[in-house]
Design a protein around this ligand. Sequence first.
Ligand code: BGC
Length: 548
Amino acid sequence: MSLSQGAIRATTDVERIEAPVTFKAYMMCAFAAFGGIFFGYDSGYINGVLGIPYYIHLQTGLPYSLLDDEATKDQFAIPSWKKSLIVSILSLGTFLGAIIAGDLADFIGRRTTVIFGCLVFLVGVVLQTASNSGLGLIIPGRLIAGFGVGFVSATIILYMSEIAPRKIRGALVSGYQFCITIGLLLASCVAYGTQDFTDTSSYRVPIALQMLWAIILAIGLFFLPESPRYFVKKGNLERARGVLARVRGQAVDSELIEQELAEIVANHEYEMQVIPQGSYFSSWANCFKGSLWRPNSNLRRTILGTSLQMMQQWTGINFIFYFGTTFFQQLGTIDNPFLISLITTLVNVLSTPLSFWAIERFGRRPLLIWGALGMLICEFIVAIAGTVDGDNPHTVKAMISFICIYIFFFATTWGPGAWVIIGEIFPLQIRSRGVGLSTASNWLWNCIIAVITPYMVDKQYGDLKAKVFFIWGGLCILCFFYAYFLIYETKGLSLEQVDKMMEETTPLTSAHWKATTTFAAEMGLTDKGTLRAEVPQESEKKEPGSVV
Ligand code: BGC
């Protein structure tokens, strides 16, 4: 079915492809960032819960008296296999959830997928809260909650990137990263606060609290509009126009809204010509179409998004957030390892807002390149200092300071940067799946690192201690070259211009690329300033060249 919507006024002016935005509209886009809390809290709270004495006792039946004696203290723990199962089952859910989210976001809409994700998450949390000594509820509960987090984490990035005004898209999506850091901080505080409780509230409170995030996000999103790009993809221009007017805070019949809509439509038509959409499977296959050697092919963009998230995990950041307490304990000279962990989490929270400004001021490329350089220098300093003089309390203090500087670099660069970029590099046709796959890659590597790290640092295995930072530093060298050779500058461009830029330039020259024409003009869709929009639906196969 083809949709005839009458005339849309299109523009040939590359600067006018986006309508101005009101404060209320900014606030609407910013609210969605709240979804980051799920991500952070979920990553963080379980480590705390698994260390709560009451929970250990409940899961193992071991007597508390083991804790009184230095010799038996270490035996008071949940067996490793059980711990890894409880921790990693969530990642399995998030991984699958993020992949499915791509489909759902195209079928039922971005906003609805997030709301649905919140409901699924609530079911998972209720099961976990109701759990007791066995694994019968906690495991399915975490798996289901994982699906919910996967839906939410992948779709929020997609939604925010699609509704945010181009000039501050980077800053707004960085707000999502900020919420992740707050989630991590809340998780460590709550689990710390309840660790001495001697009844089920010790673990039920940190688990149940998460329901609050889901309820706030779902209710808030209920009042927000759907993404206009989703409606364009569905071929429903009237609704696209209506929601675009809402997210920009403009009148529905405003000329600027018409022009922005025309550009989104023209870009979509262009993409549909290049790679027509077919059946369900062929639409998945589209994510992997094109040559490996052409940097702007769909295949290359999918590899870019998924590898970028992998590299973000390779920076080693979660070593600090997941294993920080144990690492600081091993350093020996630290009195309160928990406090140091709390400080690192706080540095993460407090540094992130700088990225709101930096990502729009300097751009994505410089941030990732300089960020990797900053991180690798800090990591090698920590590794060398710890290896040479790790028993000296002054050296340990210096190491902790450099770890904090390292976190500062991550929080202002790769932390937000990876999320911002995956929301920008995919064309509309494969955007939801591309973002879903990239998010799934983040969770997959997050999990792989969580599983293998103990083998690198635990006493009975690798016992690497500070030397583990040689590994993270080495991986950060790869991140540096990766950013230099493969990351495009997408700052200030509309998502449609990003698409064009990736066709016409290379990562190294991308920062100098300037739009010279609009999609509407290029497609020959402007006729005395107007475009007759015939938006092909995704289900409809179009032959190349048969546009309008
Ligand atoms: C990463 C997480 C990490 C967090 C730390 C996120 O961007 O994807 O894995 O725990 O940043 O702030």
